[in-house]
Design a binder for this molecule. Sequence first.
Ligand SMILES: *Cc1c(COP(=O)(O)O)cnc(C)c1O
Length: 428
Amino acid sequence: MIYQRSSQLFAEAEKVIPGGVNSPVRAFKAVGGTPIFVKSAKGAYLYDEDGNRLIDYINSWGPMVLGHAFEPVVDAVVAKAKLGTSFGMPTELETQIAALAVSMVPNIDKIRFVNSGTEACMSAIRLARGYTKRDKIIKFAGCYHGHSDSFLIQAGSGAITFGSPNSPGVTEGTAKDTLLARYNDLENVATLIEANKNEIAAIIVEPVAGNMGCIPPQKGFLEGLRQLCTENGIQLIFDEVMTGFRLAKGGVQELYGIQADIVCFGKVIGGGLPVGAFAARSEIMNHLAPLGPVYQAGTLSGNPLAMAAGLAMLQALNNDPAIFQRLEEKTAYLAAGIDRVLKANNVVFTINRVGSMISVHFDANPVVDFQSAAKGDNDTFKKFFHGLLQEGIYIAPSAYETWFITDALTYEDLDVTIQAIEKVSKTF
Ligand SMILES: *Cc1c(COP(=O)(O)O)cnc(C)c1O
């Protein structure tokens, strides 16, 4: 396939947009080459500016769980747009989507809508800090919670050392309140809590990690976090921006039967429009302004177009719970196919999967945390990525990303993909 016009458009974009993109993951830095410019998308397919059709395994990094240009969402947005696009005043629509979300997700009474997953996580830790009157938080290496300062922290030299900024612009003062732990390592977390007694406001975790490839929580990990939090007066924050309304109607809380104190949403909840949300029991949520002292606001929060898209998406998921079973079956089929053809071609690999989140790692060892995820062979990944692109299959341009399966994919699409992977893996 030829991606000539995309290359030209990228050169134009680079002149006026830093790196040519409005979010760094879109650039092909990790794999080389230039990004593909999309003209339109429908169902499981992207149509690019060169006239190519690609089978899409990113789906806007998660939101399009029912496929692109899903008609109920598009119709709802178009109808709402004609009635005005923003008021900065309450609308009935906001109550409708809030009530539906609260009914679908376990253990939450109230939800507040924001404009991105970043805002949701940023607001959730402010709420946890205001509620507990403590400053520190624990996050896990390799987990992503958006680009707000507190979360842009990389591993320090020792387990109990202060975090150090990994992005210029994050101050030391902010970084020292973020403690880093290893994913799937409860002992590490217990040690951090012990060394910072009564100082930790919250533990924030991707309950199924998706930003270092897909990494499932090992048996007992989430249960152990729940117990440590309860024992130590710490708020457990599930960042379900990726997993919420994707792995189950009620997200990971429902999937594994574990209750978080505060839950963050994004991606699917907006149906492809810019939406995030955070939610908890009333006792916690009532600390937010205007009821309580913890300030949080947004000119465009609860925007009618975004709420209309989100409501149509949640209604579709709520009305047909079999969607989650179908997603599970399709993704299991894809995983089995990839496993078969890679083994046949003697490729060294590990596949991780939970529901419709899947990742292929080019390493033989189990991938259970950031360290093991970083061991994958990136040269093989580059060949894999560009080989698939030539076959009209679009996966994320980085080995650290999860693939998102959409209900719009047919078994024929999956077979085409498996055959393409067989062909490409012969060239490794
Ligand atoms: C995508 C993501 C975010 C950030 O959401 P944005 O809408 O990009 O700000 C936060 N947490 C997780 C787990 C995510 O996958």
